[in-house]
Design a binder for this molecule. Structure first.
Ligand code: UDP
Ligand code: MG
Length: 310
């Protein structure tokens, strides 16, 4: 019998954990001819999330729990799930029920038809702030302008993928994984699945601005070298500008066009402008160097504290 695995990352989700389990179980047990498992990753929540999961898992061995020693982030949690799933078709879904689990049977049909990656594409997004919508749009536009692989817009991590795809992703050694980019990068037969993204069932978003910025920079840096080329561009532009200033300075010296005070202004402008260009360039380069440093340390992406039914 074929098997469906569902991966659910949870971070401070005590308000939704049980509802999430119930709704998923309801959908999965009604899919004929398939076994299933639900793998929840507790990403270092210190509320009742783990307690609730432990109780549920005692009565249901199809519910498997991996608990991290601390918060390692959403992408690390999903990565741990991918390493542990045993199914033929694997679903990644958020705990807050913004991506309705009732869609899984339809996605499964597309998989049976031979598609290997069925990625959720949001037609509408209910209950998101204008800020989130705007920043998300800016991020995907920037990412696609910079990167060589096409990363579909309005897509999150909600998707159903074939075993083969998971095996491939598991072979990739990089640490700062930007999964939605990697899923696009690996190829295979991909198809979008349009749906309406709902409001969070309960609780607040666990993606703080800091986490969103980390995800965005991981995405851009791991999929593009163009920012480094921009540094080169900035260097050339500033050399051209400095030559212009040099010519102006020489001419004004020769023809005595200048008095002291305007000489001071142009000097200050030149110094601050070039200092700005240099610092910006250093910042861009240090982002890359930081990632290289991170990768060379070879530390694991997450540490597991506890496994249940696994
Ligand atoms: N999440 C996680 N670790 C984190 C942040 C989030 O495992 O550090 C989980 C969270 O519990 C949820 C999913 O990732 O299941 C998506 O988070 P959320 O719904 O808060 O993000 P949003 O939908 O607002 O982008
Ligand atoms: Mg959410």
């Amino acid at each position: 019998m074929k098997k469906i695995s569902v991966i659910v990352p949870m971070y401070y989700e005590e308000k939704v954990a049980e509802e999430c389990y119930n709704r998923l179980t309801n959908v999965l047990k009604n899919i004929k001819d398939y076994e299933y498992e639900i793998i929840v990753i507790n990403d270092g929540s210190k509320d009742k999330t783990l307690e609730i999961l432990e109780k549920l898992a005692q009565n249901d061995e199809k519910l498997k729990v991996i608990s991290f020693t601390r918060n390692f982030g959403h992408q690390a949690a999903v990565t741990a799930g991918l390493k542990h799933v045993t199914g033929d078709a694997i679903v990644i879904i958020d705990a807050d029920m913004q991506d309705p689990p009732e869609l899984i049977p339809k996605m499964l049909k597309l998989w049976e038809d031979g598609n290997e990656i069925i990625y959720g594409k949001r037609k509408t997004r209910e209950g998101e702030t204008a800020f989130k919508l705007l920043t998300a749009k800016m991020f995907y536009n920037t990412l696609n302008a910079l990167s060589d692989v096409e990363i579909p817009k309005d897509t999150g991590d909600f998707r159903l993928v074939d075993r083969k795809v998971v095996d491939t992703i598991n072979l990739l050694p990089e640490h700062n994984k930007f999964l939605r980019g990697l899923f696009s990068w690996v190829g295979y037969k991909q198809t979008p699945f349009e749906y309406e993204r709902k409001e969070r069932f309960a609780g607040k978003t666990k993606y703080s601005l800091k986490k969103m910025l980390k995800l965005a920079s991981d995405g851009i840096i791991s999929f593009s070298n163009k920012p480094l080329k921009i540094v080169g561009g900035l260097g050339i532009i500033s050399i051209i500008i400095s030559i212009c200033i040099l010519i102006y300075a020489l001419l004004s010296y020769i023809f005595k066009l200048n008095n002291l005070s305007s000489g001071w202004t142009s000097l200050m402008v030149a110094i601050t402008f070039f200092a700005g260009v240099q610092l910006l360039s250093m910042w861009i380069m240090s982002e890359y160097i930081g990632r290289i440093y991170d990768e060379t340390k070879q530390r694991p992406q997450y540490i597991i504290d506890k496994k249940i039914n696994l």
